[in-house]
Write a protein that binds this ligand. Structure first.
Ligand SMILES: [Ca+2]
Length: 197
């Protein structure tokens, strides 16, 4: 009698092991399908399970924890550019790394109205003549000022822009006047906005 019980227990244990094995195989197959599948429904699952990128509004491009948008319209006034970003829920952009700078330069290259003056950044001088980002943080750490820049704080070059169009291997910044004269409208920088995603 006890022999029969032992046999039954062994059979039950074997069945349990087989069930666990099958469940593990099914889980692995589901993970592979979700991770590498191509159907939209699967892509949605994949987004929630594996994507660390946040979604951005239409037209905005995700990078890091932010969304970026170039308003590809030449803009004479830094204040106008900033106001346009704020109307869209963001502010003029802040760049804190070489990789971010490269990303922005590639964005600029995709635009049609952007000239060599590139795009206005959140950089601006305050009364202490030092540069700050639009979010109020001082410009510390990474910078990409062009050789020979910055100009003297005593000049009227109190706003920063990233140069565009010519060469993304040298995606560099320049300080310029926060206000350009109307005849320069065709060559004025466009606007680079940023908002958290
Ligand atoms: Ca300058």
């Amino acid at each position: 009698m006890s022999f029969i019980i032992i046999i039954i227990i062994i059979i039950i244990i074997i069945i349990i092991i087989i069930i666990i094995f099958i469940i593990i195989i099914i889980i692995i197959i589901i993970i592979i399908i979700i991770k590498y599948g191509s159907y939209n429904e699967i892509a949605i699952f994949r987004y929630f399970l594996f994507s660390s990128e946040s979604r951005c509004s239409t037209g905005w491009v995700a990078y890091g924890k932010s969304c970026f948008l170039i308003i590809d319209i030449p803009t004479l006034e830094w204040n106008d550019a900033r106001r346009n970003c704020q109307r869209l829920g963001g502010d003029l952009a802040k760049i804190t790394s070489a990789a971010g700078n490269q990303f922005i330069c590639n964005l600029i290259f995709d635009q049609t109205k952007t000239t060599t003056l590139g795009a206005l950044l959140g950089l601006h001088r305050k009364a202490d003549t030092k540069f700050y980002w639009a979010d109020g943080s001082p410009l510390t750490g990474y910078t990409a000022w062009s050789s020979g820049e910055l100009n003297s704080p005593s000049t009227d070059q109190k706003c920063g822009h990233i140069l565009g169009q010519t060469d993304c291997r040298r995606s560099i910044w320049n300080d310029m006047s926060c206000s350009m004269d109307k005849p320069n409208i065709e060559r004025a920088p466009v606007t680079l906005c940023q908002k958290t995603s």
